[in-house]
Design a protein around this ligand. Structure first.
Ligand code: SR1
Ligand code: MG
Length: 408
């Protein structure tokens, strides 16, 4: 009989491999009987962590173990506190209460091994991957708008007691991951930053359109300070299509390790930006015909619905759940929502620009093989991005986004 190596999971952190993850699932998590025959695969494809899927084929039970390392997976230039795993576990549990059914269940957070054990969502697929196959998800806008209204508005000073809210601000202070966003979203895409490896053909266009435009750079500076100082809502903080699992009738939001108290528009802007990436990928890579028409029509409708459903549900929840006396004053709700919506537009623009010009790019663009087609897609993205940032005060409804998406 093969002997099983004994690991000490209680004293000191060490990085798991597949064998260790199986052992952990039995011994610590007690998710499987000790004598069960398990399989395990590391399935993480994000930039930071390791994700193990442990399965018992016989009982069909499975679990996910997500472990944070001391450096980012994408590059050891990023030394990151494993506290991000605590943040992720606690936020998932909080979001589970605020937006039931829209996040995976957490089974355990382990502060020694820096891992979070959670529900396996393998019957779903990652939204970005599904979009790259040009699949459509008719319920997506409905689900994501509910998720955003519930998690953003219910954690704001409009609804929460202000002391209780400040306790959450304290718990989810997230300096290292915020610094990544401050650098990667707000700063480095807007000059010729060496580590960004910008697509060569696009560089002169980026220089003329963005890097040399002082009025534009000033707006990015204002937005960076808004990100760093406006503790409005408890954000997911990285709500792109790689952080969302989907199947036809279900949406599950994962990976909230970038969570902190910031401007509510940050999450909504991310969802719109990555929907626009789905649009430009479809336009650039699909053959003309019915399939392309259906897909493009669905993406456009999704962009419109994400914004308009957010606004509709926001108004309703605000009226039902507001507790702050002055938030009831005539005109305040409109003022508050308009600020969120202008942030949303600007952040959609920043996210689009940074995924083209920054360190962390998106497959929607990078898989475009033909250089001329990719160049045109990147030019399109940068023009849309600039308009979303510069005209943010006027981009407040789904239709306004549609006009810009169709304009270039
Ligand atoms: C170093 S991390 C790069 C990017 O991956 C994450 O998902 C965030 O979007 C971050 O900006
Ligand atoms: Mg992630």
């Amino acid at each position: 009989m093969e002997s099983v190596k004994a690991y000490d999971f209680n004293t000191e952190y060490f990085k798991m491999d597949e064998e260790v993850a199986m052992q952990y699932a039995k011994e610590v998590l007690k998710f499987f009987p000790i004598d069960s025959e398990l399989t395990c695969k590391e399935i993480g494809d994000g930039n930071l962590n390791y994700v193990f899927r442990v399965v018992d084929e016989e009982s069909n039970k499975s679990v996910i173990i997500k472990q944070a390392g001391p450096v980012a997976r994408i590059s050891d230039e990023f030394k990151l506190s494993p506290d991000r795993n605590r943040i992720e576990s606690e936020i998932l549990q909080l979001q589970h209460k605020l937006a039931e059914g829209l996040v995976p269940k957490v089974y355990k957070y382990d502060s020694v091994m820096n891992c979070c054990c959670m529900e396996d969502l393998s019957d779903h697929e990652i939204l970005r991957g599904a979009l790259l196959k040009h699949k459509t998800f008719p319920m997506f806008a409905e689900h994501i708008s509910t998720f955003m209204v519930n998690t953003l508005l219910l954690t704001s000073d409009i609804v929460m007691g202000h002391k209780e809210k400040k306790d959450l601000v304290k718990s989810f202070i997230n300096p290292e991951l915020c610094e990544i966003s401050e650098d990667l979203v707000y700063t480095e895409p807007f000059f010729d930053c060496e580590r960004n490896d910008v697509f060569e053909k696009t560089k002169p266009f980026a220089k003329e359109l963005l890097w040399d435009d002082e009025a534009f750079l000033l707006e990015t500076a204002k937005l960076k300070f808004e990100f760093m100082t406006n503790a409005q809502s408890l954000l997911h903080g990285d709500l792109h299509s790689g952080s969302i699992f989907v199947k036809e009738d279900s949406t599950k939001i994962i990976d909230p390790e970038f969570a902190f108290y910031g401007p509510a528009g940050y999450d909504i802007g991310n969802v719109i930006a990555h929907s626009i990436f789905a649009y430009i990928n479809g336009m650039s890579t699909m053959e003309d015909g019915g399939e392309k028409e259906n897909y493009i029509a669905w993406v456009k409708q999704t962009i419109v619905d994400v914004v308009d459903k957010f606004v509709e549900k926001f108004n309703k929840v605000y009226d039902e759940k507001q507790t702050e006396k002055v938030a009831k004053y005539e005109g305040f709700k409109k003022y508050y929502l308009e600020n969120i919506l202008s942030d949303t537009s600007a952040i959609a623009g920043l996210e689009i620009a940074r995924r083209v010009l920054g360190l962390a790019k998106v497959k929607d663009i990078t898989i475009i093989q033909d250089e001329e087609v990719r160049y045109n897609a990147e030019k399109y993205c940068l023009q849309v991005a600039k308009e979303l940032i510069m005209n943010r005060k006027y981009i407040i409804a789904g239709k306004d986004y549609l006009d810009i998406v169709e304009k270039y």
